[in-house]
Unconditional design. Structure first.
Length: 217
């Protein structure tokens, strides 16, 4: 029997809330109990009375927006994980949400598969960024040069490859650029993942953001 996940969906547009309801109704992968709020003030009032496993939170709402809600949750030491719900043109809000400590970020245009994946990932204690969000961060971020904020164990070559990976260069492109073999690049990539304790490009983005090496979007 699947565990029931109590989810609070907060968005000021009823069509978005209804859409999430529709996508999660009769889901075979997860069992979800949905509750609703239409603005930030309602979110804060509701979570003061009831316990939730996840909050799916529109970052841009009237009467206390999502960013303010995230800040208040942190001040209250409320550990309920938040999945930020954003539009593709809300880069500033996405940046603030990530820095505020949300556990996931997905676009409002996401489909059922992505929504379910985000809920499953966050409910298991992991962080989830949709592919679109990860690429947005990579393509518009400003890289910091203060390497002291990251681990000291990276070699000069690993720093070069890290820069290239965050610029979405493939193994062959990196090999051609540096004049080394693809196998050597893969070896450096493996070492980077081990040293930074990440498994995917999304994990690399998360580490770079949280470490301060990558200034984000």
């Amino acid at each position: 029997m699947k565990n029931l996940i109590n989810v609070l969906v907060a968005d000021d547009h009823i069509m978005i809330r209804n859409g999430i309801h529709s996508m999660l109704d009769d889901q075979s992968e997860i069992s979800v109990q949905l509750h609703e709020a239409e603005n930030g003030a309602q979110v804060l009032d509701t979570i003061s009375k009831y316990r939730f496993d996840i909050i799916i939170l529109d970052v841009k709402m009237p009467k206390t927006n999502g960013i303010s809600v995230i800040k208040t949750l942190k001040e209250r030491r409320n550990g309920t994980p938040v999945i930020a719900l954003c539009s593709s043109d809300e880069a500033g809000f996405i940046k603030q949400a990530i820095r505020g400590g949300v556990r996931g970020v997905i676009l409002k245009s996401s489909g059922t598969e992505e929504l379910v994946k985000a809920i499953k990932t966050v409910s298991s204690g992991e962080t989830y960024y949709s592919n679109e969000i990860a690429q947005m961060i990579l393509s518009t971020g400003v890289r910091r040069r203060n390497r002291a904020v990251m681990q000291d164990s990276l070699t000069r070559r690993e720093w070069q490859i890290l820069d290239m990976l965050t610029n979405e260069m493939s193994t062959m492109e990196i090999a051609d650029k540096l004049g080394i073999s693809a196998r050597t690049v893969e070896g450096h990539r493996k070492n980077l993942k081990e040293k930074l304790n990440v498994k995917t490009t999304v994990g690399l983005v998360k580490y770079a953001l949280e470490s301060g090496y990558y200034d984000g979007i």
